[in-house]
Design a protein around this ligand. Structure first.
Ligand SMILES: CC(C)(COP(=O)(O)OP(=O)(O)OC[C@H]1O[C@@H](n2cnc3c(N)ncnc32)[C@H](O)[C@@H]1OP(=O)(O)O)[C@@H](O)C(=O)NCCC(=O)NCCS
Length: 183
């Protein structure tokens, strides 16, 4: 019987210009905390990414209790340390050809074009790896940088989920982006 805890993508290495994508490891904990425990990082993310980001939060994530690490949930490694993450959550049933994309990068590395290149490399790998025909991403209305990363990677803005998210400062729209692959 297949091991239910098996992580089929553990051996994957995606080498990019100035970064590497690979599965998260237990010894990433300190680097994860250094980059994730920053109030600026989760502002555009869901509440699954807390602030403050505690050691217990990092341990829970690396143990697979926050997101399912059997999916391709990769660390972004720059200068030899994990400083961000990128993942898709595959959908099921009649939506199994689709997946939702999410990503974050430590603030020390913002504004250098890293995430634009990371998304390009990850999408080029994950589309054939999971036989995807569609990738979508939800972007908070306060996050034009993330929208730009998606636009530069060929994603189209498909619509707005109005007042979809309640943040401490009130209700926010979610901008839905999507890109199709294949015939
Ligand atoms: C959003 C994020 C991923 C961008 O990463 P990055 O490596 O700095 O992005 P890049 O340098 O590749 O590109 C950013 C683009 O957005 C633009 N941009 C950044 N901030 C912007 C802003 N406030 N308004 C408009 N455009 C902005 C940049 O100018 C650049 O576009 P350009 O090349 O046309 O000039 C990063 O800031 C991050 O991790 N934020 C926290 C987590 C998060 O919000 N994740 C996304 C959830 S949907």
């Amino acid at each position: 019987m297949a091991d239910p805890g098996a992580r089929p993508f553990d051996g994957v290495r995606i080498e990019g210009e100035g970064f590497r994508l690979r599965a998260w490891r237990q010894d990433d904990l300190d680097a994860l905390l250094r980059h994730a425990d920053d109030p600026q990082v989760p502002r555009g993310l869901s509440e699954r990414f807390p602030h403050p980001y505690t050691r217990a939060d990092g341990e829970a994530f690396l143990a697979g209790r926050v997101v399912d690490l059997r999916h391709p949930v990769f660390a972004i490694e720059i200068d030899g340390e994990a400083c961000g993450g990128i993942a898709v959550r595959p959908q099921a049933g009649e939506r199994a050809h689709g997946a939702e994309l999410g990503y974050w990068l430590g603030r020390a590395h913002w504004g250098q074009g890293h995430m634009t290149r990371v998304v390009a490399a990850y999408v080029a790998w994950v589309v054939p790896a999971l036989a995807l025909r569609r990738i979508e991403a939800n972007v908070l209305d306060t996050n034009p940088g993330s929208a730009r990363v998606l636009e530069k990677n060929g994603f189209a803005e498909e619509g707005i989920r109005r007042a979809a998210v309640l943040k401490p400062d009130g209700l926010h729209d979610l901008r839905l982006f999507g890109r199709l692959f294949g015939a």
